[in-house]
Design a protein around this ligand. Structure first.
Ligand code: ADP
Ligand code: MG
Length: 396
């Protein structure tokens, strides 16, 4: 168990500078944040610290700038959005390594907020450089990590700094993510169903292998299912099949018994575009020249029944190409089944960036027990891997 923000007593917070790593890696277009989900997700931590009289100094990365400052990836638009959400000014530390930045953090009023420019502009961030971490540590008196979405990376602002600046505790979002994902994985209400999809099996093999021993069922959709169809000796047309994983898929099928459930049929087309001619076929009837782009209605019902009868469902990866209608049908139907399961008292957890986007597209975010804000981080967590940004925090 990791030490939490709540465990700090008032004296440790009041008047102190809280250096808070958040994940404000939001989509930005024309200088504006187009989706502020991640900023909103960190507000409970920020508001808690402000209400306890802390001076709040925020760190985040944005995008993937190539080794130095790049105006395209400036956090200025995020600072503007944060000011709007908080209804109070946010000091922007354009050069977080300067003496002036340190001075500015000391001059913040109690409850004041500052945000440092993109941590990935700083040399050594991605190399987890302890020298950079020491400079960052000078911006605060204690450390809070609320950036679950960045916790799978050992970077100076997520890992090395947490080893230098103490106490180092988890924020509310981090705590919530670890709680829901951890419980689903380690204390699942049964039946425990994993629902996996998405494009590539190669990115999810570790997840399948890690989940198989503990789950009651793995329901497999998306393009991933096609590699399994190929392993069963079925024609897959021009579906996305990873030839170098067919053998592995064959082994997983042999080892998993009846746990692994594949779609019985598919919605196929000759080209991937909105309004393309589609056919619904059994999985052993996929013609050459056609590709699988969604699960069929019968699979929707089959998976739906298993989901609605589950005690715990973990979902990672869309069932089809949900960005291109009508191939969103299967994914949206499954999102509906998840919502129904939540209503039945099941614990429903969504991990994975595209899966979370699909749930939002269905307007069902509030009907899931938990939608993770961390794509890669939730995947690694569910694979049973240690997240360096979490490991570096204080133990209780
Ligand atoms: P997540 O971000 O939730 O972990 P992934 O990134 O693994 O999910 O996969 C999402 C992508 O998988 C989507 O862009 C979707 O279009 C694609 N996908 C799903 N099914 C298919 C399919 N049958 N053929 C091609 N791409 C697919
Ligand atoms: Mg994705």
């Amino acid at each position: 168990m990791k030490r939490t923000l709540e465990s700090l007593d008032g004296g440790a917070i009041e008047g102190q500078r809280a250096l808070v790593r958040v994940d404000f890696n939001c989509p930005v277009k024309d200088g504006r944040v187009t989706d502020n989900t991640r900023v909103r997700a960190a507000l409970p931590t920020i508001e808690f610290l402000r209400s306890r009289g802390a001076r709040v100094v925020l760190l985040s990365h944005l995008g993937r700038p190539k080794g130095g400052p790049d105006p395209k990836y400036s956090l200025q638009p995020v600072v503007n959005e944060l000011e709007r959400l908080l209804g109070s000014p946010v000091a922007f530390l354009r050069d977080p390594l300067s003496e002036q930045a340190v001075t500015e953090t000391r001059r913040l009023p109690r409850g004041g907020v500052a945000m440092a420019e993109n941590t990935r502009f700083l040399p050594g961030e991605e190399g987890n450089d302890p020298a950079l971490a020491a400079r960052l540590a000078a911006l605060g008196d204690f450390y809070v990590n609320d950036a679950f979405g960045s916790a799978h990376r050992a970077h100076a602002s997520t890992e090395a700094v947490a080893r230098l600046l103490k106490p180092a505790v988890s924020g509310f979002l981090m705590q919530q993510e670890l709680h829901y994902l951890g419980d689903a994985l380690h204390r699942p209400k049964r039946p425990f169903v994993a629902l996996l999809g998405g494009a590539k099996i190669s990115g999810k093999i570790d997840l399948i292998s890690a989940l198989l021993p503990t789950v009651d069922h793995v329901l497999l959709g998306g393009a991933m299912a096609c590699t399994f169809f190929a392993a069963m000796g079925l024609e897959t047309g021009k579906s996305l099949v990873e030839a170098d994983r067919v053998e592995l898929a064959r082994r997983l099928l042999a080892e998993s018994g009846t746990k692994l459930v594949l779609p019985g049929g598919a919605v196929i087309a000759q080209e991937l575009k909105a309004g393309a001619e589609t056919r619904t076929v059994r999985r052993d009837q996929i013609p050459e020249g056609w590709a699988v782009y969604d699960i069929d209605p019968e699979t929707e019902r089959d998976f739906g029944t298993k989901i609605e009868g589950a005690g715990t469902v973990v979902w990672n990866g869309p069932m089809g190409v949900f960005e291109t209608p009508p191939f969103d049908h299967g994914t949206l139907a499954i999102a509906g089944a998840m919502a129904a399961a939540t209503g039945n008292g099941a614990v429903t957890v969504v991990g994975g960036g595209d899966s979370a986007a699909a749930v939002a597209q269905a307007g069902l975010e509030n009907r899931m027990t938990h939608v993770s804000t961390g794509g890669g981080a939730s995947l690694e967590f569910l694979e049973g891997k240690t997240l360096p940004g979490v490991a570096a925090l204080d133990d209780v």
